[in-house]
Design a protein around this ligand. Structure first.
Ligand code: TXE
Length: 482
């Protein structure tokens, strides 16, 4: 059975204590590889390597750093088919999604921050005729990038690329649930000529090596994407040591459908927003709010579309819904569906575990895409992040009610708005409590824009120069001259 390795000081390294964790394939439930269960000794080696690499990497020209990131971007592109397959096996997502979304976006992240490295600039302010302020931006040193399982290589590269571009050395920790693409990526780092120690990748559990990384005195900043409860724990650990934190957490995002929407485009868009990656994207629109005058018609058309989705072997290119990521996560989702029933929700389709046709997937972790209606904004189904293929449908009555329902959660990550009334779209975009509002689209991205959430969806923004600034310490110089 394949054993993955850490990536420390440019080498693929087995865990010092020799402990491993099993890595199952969600589509079959079978263990297919093992990952290091890293500990403090591995972390000390990684931090020492990163500290040793920092003087040269931070002093290197932006062009040099850009070239390393560009080579990595090209290697990810050249190996896209292999990486997409690996990610589909590791995560349970349809291979079509891995091949068209995850891997191309991972390569684009590296490409974008390669370019951003050469464009990064700092501010200067001419205060008056004889005073000038300018700001130096120093990289922080050794920083941690902790990423989740839902978009494994995509979110891993999204974090490490700005940190590296800004001149930091990185301790990366991919999710223990989906370690494979980060491991394959570490092999590509060797091919790309990444200087030893600049990027180190440690595998293992969140409460184990994850928490040790957060607590390590050598780690100057933490960029984390994952669950809100974990984010709170990390914030509590980091606060007394004044570590910089960027937290990209959960969401309970509304898709708001108005009677004047473009019907086909809205159906297709809200379906994608609800069920992409089996609903396991923090940006997924898990609450579809529909203007009362079209509610029944929209609901019936939506049910028809959901029922037409094929749940199948993730490796089959025609599959649109794969497995959910783990047995525990499947149980959590099924528990949420039970809760919805107990709360009085009506299950319109789906509602349980399914077995796809493929024989090899008989024991895999598959949940039927599920639609529920009849629940008010305060019930748990409309409040708690389910993070699975479960969408709740509710009617609203006018703009004010739409905004009130949309904002009635502790989360504030994203919203999508479907209407042809331009005035309304601008009006509502201002009022929605969300870090990202999409109008007549979903998950379109421009890497220059700030990305992150309001309220309990996190603090800080990722993307563009904002992300690079996070990974630097500003120092202002004020000069008075005669
Ligand atoms: O994520 P965790 P989990 C949500 C979703 C899901 C829930 C829990 O609702 O059901 O979170 O998922 C590492 N110190 N999202 O448990 O635990 C962990 O090893 C340091 C939303 O899988 O937050 C992994 O690398 N690190 C989300 C990463 O944190 C720790 C994506 C995320 O794991 C740690 C995933 C600790 N104490 C789940 N504990 C999104 N926003 O996209 C865990 N980790």
């Amino acid at each position: 059975m394949e054993r993955l390795a850490n990536y420390i000081n440019g080498e693929l390294s087995p865990p010092v204590a020799g402990r491993y964790l099993d890595n199952p394939e969600p589509a079959t439930g079978l263990i297919y590889s093992q990952l290091p269960d890293s500990g403090g000794e591995d972390l000390d080696l990684a931090v020492a390597a990163a500290e040793a690499a920092f003087p040269d990497w931070s002093a290197a020209t932006a062009d040099h750093r850009a070239r390393v990131l560009q080579r990595l971007a090209r290697l990810v592109r050249d190996n896209a088919a292999m990486l997409a397959r690996a990610e589909s096996v590791d995560n349970g997502k349809p291979i079509s999604v891995a091949a068209t979304v995850d891997i191309p976006r991972a390569s684009a992240n590296l490409e974008f921050f390669a370019a951003a490295a050469t464009q990064f600039h700092s501010e200067a302010h001419a205060t008056d005729h004889n005073t000038l302020n300018y700001t130096l931006r120093h990289p922080l040193g050794v920083v941690a990038c902790i990423s989740p399982w839902n978009l494994p290589l995509y979110l891993f590269t999204w974090k490490i690329a700005p940190a590296l571009a800004a001149g930091n050395c990185v301790i990366g920790k991919p999710s223990e649930i989906t370690p494979m693409t980060a491991y394959l990526f570490s092999r590509l780092c060797q091919d790309a000529g990444m200087p030893p120690g600049v990027l180190n990748i440690l595998h293992g559990t969140g409460p184990g090596i994850g928490q040790q990384i957060v607590d390590h005195p050598g780690v100057k900043a933490i960029s984390f994407t994952g669950g809100t409860a974990t984010g709170a724990r990390i914030a509590a650990s980091a606060a007394p040591r004044f570590r910089k934190l960027s937290l990209e957490l959960g969401g309970k995002n509304p898709s708001l459908v108005f009677a004047d929407c473009d019907w086909e485009r809205t159906l297709e868009g809200t379906l994608r927003a609800g069920f992409s990656n089996q609903g396991q994207i923090c940006l997924c629109g898990s609450r579809v709010l529909v203007e009362a005058s079209i509610y029944e018609r929209f609901r019936d058309a939506f049910v028809e579309q959901v029922e037409a989705m094929t749940v199948g072997d993730p490796l089959d290119p025609d599959t649109s819904q794969g497995a959910v990521v783990s047995a525990a996560h499947m149980e959590k989702i099924l528990g949420c569906i039970d809760t919805a029933r107990q709360e009085g929700g009506r299950v319109l389709c789906g509602g349980g575990r399914v077995q796809p046709d493929a024989a090899r997937c008989r024991d895999g972790w598959f949940v039927a895409p599920t639609l529920i209606e009849g629940l008010g904004p305060d019930c748990r189904t409309n409040q708690e992040e389910i993070f699975g293929p479960v969408v709740s449908l509710s009617p609203f009555d006018g703009e004010e009610d739409a905004v009130a329902q949309a904002n009635a959660t502790r989360y504030g990550l994203a919203a999508s708005l479907w209407s042809r009334d331009v005035d309304r779209c601008h009006r509502m975009a201002r009022q929605l409590e969300a870090g990202m509002v999409w109008v007549n689209c979903w998950m379109l991205r421009d890497l220059r824009t700030p990305m992150g959430g309001m309220k309990d969806s996190g603090v800080g923004r990722e993307g563009g120069f904002e992300a690079m600034r996070f990974f630097t310490e500003p120092k202002n110089v004020c000069i008075s001259y005669r």
